[in-house]
Design a protein around this ligand. Structure first.
Ligand SMILES: Nc1nc2c(ncn2[C@@H]2O[C@H](COP(=O)(O)OP(=O)(O)OP(=O)(O)O)[C@@H](O)[C@H]2O)c(=O)[nH]1
Ligand SMILES: [Zn+2]
Length: 189
């Protein structure tokens, strides 16, 4: 692990030099290591796996109506510019004999968000993970996010929000179920 940190730190030092900075000046002396540690934290999802994260928190239940967990905040990094995108994730599922521990939805979101991502793939990966863990009759995921690469640079648009959704099982097949979910997460419930 130290080797990885050393190599990342050396690369951040090179970036500072590339910017024309003096990496040995007082304010920047610890920056390569700090930045490397920060980047390791922001991508720690690479070191996680679904089984360990869920930790067996799947419980038998006769509940077979839609369960919605909304407004799970997420911080990710776009794989094109390595700049943050920040937003909210809403997840719904229709249990089929099993329910998932509530905190695990947020943990699943983070496991995939804390990697280099595009929003579409992040949305799909979360939905497929919830389906895999719960074997639910349907899973729906919506993400709304703002991308720093569109705000701080490039087209510099401050108000555009990207919305992505992924519907599996009952949510894909049944328009009424889909509409109910979208109404619940849009706050018009
Ligand atoms: N679909 C999708 N695109 C993304 C996401 N994050 C960043 N992008 C886009 O990835 C694209 C990369 O385009 P390029 O033309 O290769 O890069 P660029 O010259 O920096 O593009 P501009 O951002 O238009 O300045 C841009 O259109 C970004 O807005 C994402 O999560 N999903
Ligand atoms: Zn980007």
């Amino acid at each position: 692990m130290t080797d990885v940190l050393d190599s990342l730190s050396a690369n951040y030092r090179a970036i500072l030099e590339g910017l024309g900075e003096d990496p040995d000046r007082e304010g920047l002396r610890d920056t390569p290591t700090r930045a490397a540690k920060a980047m390791q934290f922001l991508t720690h999802g690479y070191n996680q796996n679904l089984d360990d994260l869920v930790n067996g928190a799947v419980f038998e239940s006769a509940m077979d109506e839609m369960v919605v967990v909304k407004d799970i905040e997420l911080y990710s990094l776009c794989e094109h510019h390595v700049l943050p995108f920040i937003g909210k994730c809403h997840i719904a599922y229709i249990p089929d004999g099993k329910v998932l521990g509530l905190s695990k939805f947020a943990r699943i979101v983070d496991m995939y968000a804390r990697r280099l991502q595009i929003q579409e793939n992040l949305t799909r990966e979360i939905a497929e993970a919830v389906e895999q863990v719960t074997q639910a009759a349907g899973v729906a995921v919506v993400i709304e996010a703002r991308h720093m690469c569109m705000m701080m640079r490039g087209v510099e648009k401050q108000n555009s929000v990207m919305k992505t959704s992924m519907m599996l099982g009952g949510f894909r097949k049944n328009q009424a179920t889909r509409t109910e979910f979208l109404q619940l997460v849009s706050g018009r419930d």
